[in-house]
Design a protein around this ligand. Structure first.
Ligand code: GSH
Length: 240
């Protein structure tokens, strides 16, 4: 698989067509949403190229691909474009049927989608709380809300009595929510999981997964990027 290089910004030449037999991911190395797609690409062994985008100074050609201007975006050799992280992941699971990540059973699939909807109410806290902290505001109320939401996730996992959210092996939903758990310490929110032992055990199991291990950054690297982001000068190429 081609490795991802330095990000492309405004004024850069657009990359050429996607080679046959491959798919292209437009990404940003530290984006948790793009990480979802990167996890799925890796877990399924999909041959792909990665083009990293400077999100502070987006190329015009990128904005033409995704009018929202957000990563992740997938592009096929035929020029088809797919964006929004859950949609990119579902697309990959359908087009590359080896090692299916979504369950075939309609109800189980629906359960994963419902859990993802619940989680979409959790992830914003990862930005709201640190932003309030930076502004010197009291974050205790939001932290309590986050703890409660994580407790609900904990209960949902405990109720299933399985190692992962979709069964005893990793499935789509685990990869969809993982990127935010990888950043818990970076955002200073690890203590919010104190009352959630099953979720903590799940985190440990996720850290053993070969795909998670390959795709993840360590906390030190996340913190270095995050510090540059906080200063208003995100170092998208940090560590390259
Ligand atoms: N709903 C989108 C998804 O699930 O794909 C969210 C993606 C997203 O917010 N990506 C961020 C982005 O592209 C990077 S982590 N930001 C650029 C911008 O806001 O202009």
């Amino acid at each position: 698989m081609a490795s991802s290089g330095k990000c492309l910004g405004k004024g850069s030449s657009p990359p050429g067509p996607v080679s046959n037999g491959r798919i292209r991911l437009y990404s940003m190395r530290f984006c948790p949403f793009a990480q979802r797609t990167r996890l799925v690409l890796h877990a399924k062994g999909v041959k792909h190229d990665t083009v990293n985008i400077n999100l502070k100074d987006k190329p015009d050609w990128f904005l033409k691909k995704n009018p929202f201007g957000l990563v992740p975006v997938l592009e096929t050799p035929g020029g088809q474009v797919i964006y929004e992280s859950p949609i990119t992941c579902d697309y990959l699971d359908e087009v590359y049927p080896e090692k299916k990540l979504l369950p075939a059973d309609p109800f189980e699939k629906a359960q994963q989608k419902m859990l993802l909807e619940h989680f979409s109410k959790v992830s914003p806290y990862f930005y709201r709380i640190p932003t309030m902290e930076r502004n010197g505001e009291d974050t205790s109320k939001l932290e309590e809300e986050l703890k409660e939401k994580l407790l609900n996730l904990n209960e949902s996992l405990a109720g299933r009595k399985t190692k992962f959210f979709g069964g005893d092996s990793i499935t789509m939903i685990d990869y969809m929510i993982w990127p935010w758990f990888e950043r818990m310490e970076t955002f200073g929110l690890k203590h919010c999981m104190d009352g959630a032992p099953d979720l903590k055990a799940w985190t440990e199991r996720m850290l053993q997964d070969p795909t998670v291990k390959t795709i993840m950054f360590d906390t030190e690297t996340h913190k270095a990027f995050y510090n540059s982001y906080k200063e208003g000068k995100p170092d998208y190429d940090y560590g390259l």
